[in-house]
Structure formats: structure tokens, C-alpha cells
Design a protein around this ligand. Structure first.
Ligand SMILES: [Zn+2]
Length: 378
């Protein structure tokens, strides 16, 4: 989903500055001459007042201006991920969020209603832009960002809020309290739980289909995707599993976009109600499946369902022993609901890389706590 975006950089300020400098020089010269004339005139005081009222600031010397101009020439403000920003964004929510990476630190230009930005990386200029109060149907938003050198970027985006029939008179799926946008720049180690969420447009750019060559992993659901590194590790793991047991582990799910998660979550509300749904299914934006590094397993031991029975079977014992060697760990262990936010999900395994997986197991923490601690996130 790479749509080119109509983002334009505000024309560098250099030209405007040059004009301003010429004006300043001219004004200074004119002022000197006029002062000379008006010194002999009683209206001197009145003139001074006019200058002030016209907001002409005569106090900049030409030398200072030249220094300023040189600085401007060396500084550019650019968006580095233009292709990730949709021109036309769809959302089921009253808000829509997307990620922007820029050359310089930026803030929101003043007086923009229902727009926020949040920096999500410590050492990089990565921000989440939060568009709020989106009305039904199609609307347009203009976002103006500015750096400390007054360089500006303007982003135009068309929003489409899609009406979705929610059960039990629910008008919208709310965000969890204390929601923050997560550390998306950390590749495999992104914190996703009931406080740290992903932006709407977060989608890994290296997804592969695991039902197709060269993976051909066993699944009866079409189009299951994972990030390439996770898919490679999964293939190696499941080949070993087959060698050891003579059986297949069935992959029931992998990557889910924000939209897909929305539908999955709504279906859980329909069958269980919101309170129970929240124990086993993530609200859209809060799902590890959106990372593209997570799989759910089923097999005959679980009656091919996402069922707690899976934890009593041989496949689960095998995974507990060997999955770490392939970089896979369990996100939602038994009796840790108060920390993870979710019930025991023996079928849900996340790839974090072999070395990280080993460290994680040693730590004895839950995955969300381990990742938060790694990045000093509270
Ligand atoms: Zn899952």
C-alpha cells in the first residue's frame, strides 16, 4: 500500500529573507534620510509612532542578516517516509494516526484544531500524527509542521470514516485509558499492550505469504502473512517439529492490519460481550498481530480451535522447550493477566529473534514487561 502523497515542502525561506533584507537595507537608508529631514521637523515624534505601528522592525543590521541567511541555506526540513503516508486514509474510529519521519525535530504549527503530534523515538525524528474528531464520510485535513528554524511542511490528507455496525448499542471502540503511541522504531522489540498502541497505518514493509513458495507452511486459511525474518524462523521451527513428532502444527493466524483487527475484535464482542472479549482479543491498534511477527497455532489436540486445550498437548510442551531456539516466545502466559492484560493464550507466539528470546526467558518477566524494561518505558 504505497501511495504517493501530495506533500510539499514550503518554499525555503531564503528568497523571502533576501527580499526582506533588501527591504531592510532600503528602509534603513530611507529612515536615515527621513530622520535627517524630520530632525528639522516637529512631526518627528509622530513619524516614529507610525513606524512602530506599521510593525517594521528596523533593528536588524545587514551583517547579522547575512549570517542568518547562511544558516538557512544549510538546513532543510524533509519527510523521509513520504510513501508511508496515505493520501486517502480510511478509519473506523473518530481518530486516525500515522507515522512521520523527518530530518529535523518538528512541532505542530499553532492553532490547529483536533490535531496532535507525539514523538515516539528518543534519538530519531519519528512522530505519530493524531487526527481527532473525524466526522462520518469524507473530509480533508491539512497538517502544518514547523522546525525550530521556521521551516515548514504541509501535509494534505483525505480521511474517510467508515460506518461500522457495532453490537449492543456501542457507538465506537474506545481507546484504553493512558494510551500512548509505542516505540515503532525498535524493529522486532516493539512494545504492544493495553497502554502502548500502534498507529493506524503501521504495516511492516517486508511481509511474505507463508502458504506460498518458499514457505508452504501448513494452514487452511489463505493469505496468512508474516514479516520475512519471522517467516524464515517459523519455517525452520516447524520443519524441526515435523521431524521430531511426524506432525504438522497448523498456523491459524499471522499478520493482521488495523482494519482486520477491528473486525476480529468486533466479532469477539458479538459472541462474548466487550468485557470478555477484552480478555482474549486486542482492540484495534493494540494487537501484536499488527506487528507481523506473531502466529497463533492450532492442531488436533486443540480441535483446530484457539483453545486452552492446546496447553495440555504435546505440541505445547515441544514449543516450551524448543521455540526459544528459533526466536519465538509466548506473550500471554498463565496467571499473568494482571501484567499482560490478557488471559492465558498458549497458542499465541511472537518472534523476537533468538538472542532476545534467550534473554527474555532468563528474565522470568512477561514479554510486555521485559520489552518495557529494555527501553525504560513505564
Ligand atoms: Zn494471537
Amino acid at each position: 500500500m504505497k501511495i504517493s502523497s501530495n506533500i510539499y515542502h514550503t518554499k525555503p525561506k531564503i528568497k523571502k529573507l533576501q527580499t526582506r533584507h533588501i527591504l531592510i537595507v532600503l528602509l534603513s537608508a530611507t529612515t536615515t534620510i527621513l530622520i535627517g529631514i524630520f530632525i528639522y521637523d516637529n512631526t518627528f515624534r509622530l513619524y516614529k509612532n507610525n513606524v512602530h505601528n506599521n510593525n517594521i522592525i528596523p533593528n536588524t543590521s545587514v551583517i547579522e542578516s547575512e549570517v542568518t541567511e547562511e544558516k538557512y541555506e544549510n538546513i532543510k526540513l524533509e519527510i523521509l517516509n513520504i510513501n508511508d503516508i496515505p493520501k486517502h486514509a480510511k478509519t473506523y474510529d473518530k481518530n486516525y494516526t500515522f507515522t512521520i519521519k523527518t530530518t529535523n525535530n518538528v512541532v505542530l504549527e499553532k492553532n490547529q484544531k483536533f490535531i496532535d503530534i507525539q514523538k515516539v523515538a528518543k534519538n530519531e525524528n519519528i512522530f505519530v500524527v493524531i487526527l481527532k474528531n473525524i466526522g462520518n464520510g469524507i473530509s480533508n485535513r491539512t497538517i502544518e509542521l514547523i522546525d525550530n528554524k521556521q521551516n515548514r511542511i504541509v501535509i494534505d490528507i483525505t480521511l474517510e470514516k467508515i460506518a461500522y455496525n457495532l453490537p449492543f448499542g456501542i457507538s465506537e471502540i474506545p481507546e484504553w485509558p493512558n494510551t500512548k503511541y509505542t516505540n515503532i522504531y525498535n524493529n522486532l522489540l516493539i512494545v504492544v499492550d493495553k497502554e502502548y498502541r500502534l498507529p493506524h497505518n503501521y504495516e511492516p514493509n517486508d511481509l511474505v505469504e507463508i502458504g506460498k513458495e518458499p514457505y508452504l507452511l501448513y494452514t487452511n486459511i489463505p493469505n496468512i502473512k508474516l514479516r520475512k525474518e519471522a517467516a524464515d524462523a517459523l519455517k525452520a521451527m516447524l520443519m524441526q517439529y515435523k521431524k521430531d513428532t511426524g506432525k504438522n502444527l497448523v498456523v491459524a493466524s499471522g499478520y493482521r492490519s488495523y482494519e482486520e483487527q477491528y473486525k476480529v475484535y468486533v466479532n469477539w464482542i458479538k459472541s462474548l460481550g466487550m468485557k470478555e472479549a477484552d480478555k482474549i482479543s486486542a482492540r484495534p491498534g493494540y494487537s501484536e498481530h499488527q506487528l507481523g511477527t506473531v502466529v497463533d497455532f492450532i492442531n488436533e489436540e486443540s480441535d483446530y480451535n484457539l483453545d486452552i486445550k492446546f496447553s495440555k498437548g504435546k505440541a505445547f510442551s515441544w514449543l516450551l522447550k524448543y521455540a526459544v531456539e528459533y526466536g519465538f516466545v509466548m506473550s500471554y502466559p498463565e496467571n499473568k493477566e494482571n501484567i499482560t492484560g490478557y488471559s492465558f493464550e498458549p497458542w499465541h507466539w511472537r518472534y523476537i529473534g533468538i538472542e532476545n528470546a534467550k534473554k527474555f526467558l532468563k528474565s522470568g518477566k512477561t514479554l510486555n514487561k521485559f520489552l518495557r524494561d529494555m527501553f525504560n518505558i513505564n
